[in-house]
Design a binder for this molecule. Structure first.
Ligand SMILES: [Zn+2]
Length: 425
């Protein structure tokens, strides 16, 4: 679904089938802890139908590998004392690299999946070495890269004015054995909302992200539907727009250029902006009649197209991310409702604002990387690497973590009321 690139397979030890099988229960336990941090051993055993002995042995292995810690759980009623399983604050980490049209950010996250931004800069095309230096020194187990461009078969197939197709992922990881995964930003933003945001626990969710252009994903049981080549979700290139307008993708009449900064500029009669996202945010902040009319036009276009997607996909919930929540208004409500098939209008799917805001793709990237390293294959690979190179074990990885990150993650645990925006902004 999300391609992995990175080290030459010959350069990394691949565990055998039996070794992978030994980690299958551990992978299920980590999945349960990621979904419900703090669940008790008793609840874990019930949920996964594990015997007491298997639970004890598996938790011990995951503690030894540095993934989880146990805390004493409050005794309720006459139940036996038990412990709660939480992500270890100084445990193994993964990296998420969020490449955006105007800047890039590198986040590090542990099993809790909450990224802390540790490096950032402008325009990745101009500074791949700077990105590579930031990635190289982190001692993480995997890197996932979010591209603001369509991907097919693991390649960026169109990149607009920023040539992401020339970004050499191998250079990001140097000569190490770091697995590199990649995904489209809108797809990863949808993944983040399904894991820990506005679409958590939803059966069929439709997420739509407006940044530069428009993208999204259809998620079924939390899994993005990415198509035959991994390129599904390019909703911005549905022909819901003006056929006179040629999109950067080469097609005519695309929907995305109706709702983003380029569309607002066209409606205002000004030249195409260099930074369309910043331009759009500026127009949305204005209150003059010209800006209001331009925003209303984009809002109507967003509602009309969204109704079409709802008619087509029949989601339980719709989630709007990026600039899309700011485009909701009277014009959106009118065209959304008018565009729905009449039988849907009495009970249309709720339209929710995304929880992760502008951090959604970064959250999605670290979720993708964690999926890789906490799978049975990933755990077996890490165990094999630790056996063959003792210094690459958890202790060495911890040494490689800089103190700033440790401090930040400890502080975060102690302030659960803090918002994601505060943490990463
Ligand atoms: Zn297009």
């Amino acid at each position: 679904m999300f391609p992995t690139t990175g080290p030459d397979p010959g350069s990394r030890c691949e565990p055998g089938r039996a070794a992978v099988d030994r980690w299958r229960t551990a992978a299920r336990v980590l999945d349960a802890v990621r979904c419900a941090p703090g669940l008790t051993r008793v609840a874990l055993a019930d949920e996964l139908r594990l015997s007491s002995a298997t639970t004890t042995e598996t938790v011990a292995r995951l503690r030894a590998a540095g993934w989880v810690e146990e805390e004493r759980a409050p005794v309720s009623g006459r139940g036996r004392p038990t412990t709660r399983l939480v992500p270890a604050p100084d445990g193994p980490t993964v990296l998420g690299l969020d490449l955006r049209h105007e800047d890039w950010r590198l986040g590090v996250a542990g099993l809790d999946g909450v990224p802390t931004v540790v490096a950032s800069g402008r325009r990745a095309r101009a500074c791949p070495e700077e990105v590579a230096r930031a990635v190289g020194a982190r001692g993480a187990l995997a890197l996932a890269v979010s591209f603001p461009a369509p991907l097919a078969d693991g390649r960026v197939v169109r990149s607009g004015e920023l040539d992401w197709t020339t970004l050499d992922l191998a250079r990001l990881t140097g000569t190490g054995s770091l697995p590199v995964l990649q995904g489209n930003d809108a797809t990863l933003a949808g993944l983040a909302e399904a894991r820990s945001g506005a679409a958590a626990g939803v059966g069929t969710a439709l997420t739509v992200l407006v940044e530069v252009g428009l993208g999204g994903t259809l998620l079924i049981d939390g899994r993005p539907q990415t198509g035959a080549h991994g390129a599904a979700g390019e909703f911005g290139h549905l022909p819901f727009g003006d056929p006179a307008v040629v999109c950067a993708c080469g097609a005519r009449g695309c929907w995305g250029p109706e709702v983003d900064g380029y569309g607002l500029a066209r409606r205002l009669g000004v030249p195409a902006p260099t930074d369309p996202r910043t331009f759009a945010a500026t127009v949305l902040d204005r209150s003059d009649p010209a800006a209001a009319a331009a925003v209303s036009g984009a809002s109507a276009a967003l509602g009309r197209g969204l109704a079409g997607l709802v008619n087509a996909h029949d989601p339980d919930v719709v989630v709007l991310g990026g600039l899309a929540p700011r485009l909701r208004g009277a014009a959106f409500d009118e065209t959304y409702r008018a565009g729905l098939m009449s039988w849907r209008r009495d009970a249309p799917p709720p339209v929710r604002d995304a929880v992760h805001g502008s951090d959604a793709a970064l959250h999605g990237a670290v979720a993708l990387a964690l999926d890789e390293v906490t799978s049975a294959e990933g755990l077996a690979r890490a165990a094999l690497a630790a056996e063959s190179v003792p210094t690459a074990g958890p202790a060495a990885r911890l040494d490689a973590l800089d103190t700033e990150v440790r401090r930040g993650r400890r502080a975060r645990r102690n302030t659960p009321e803090e918002t994601d925006h505060d943490r990463t902004g």
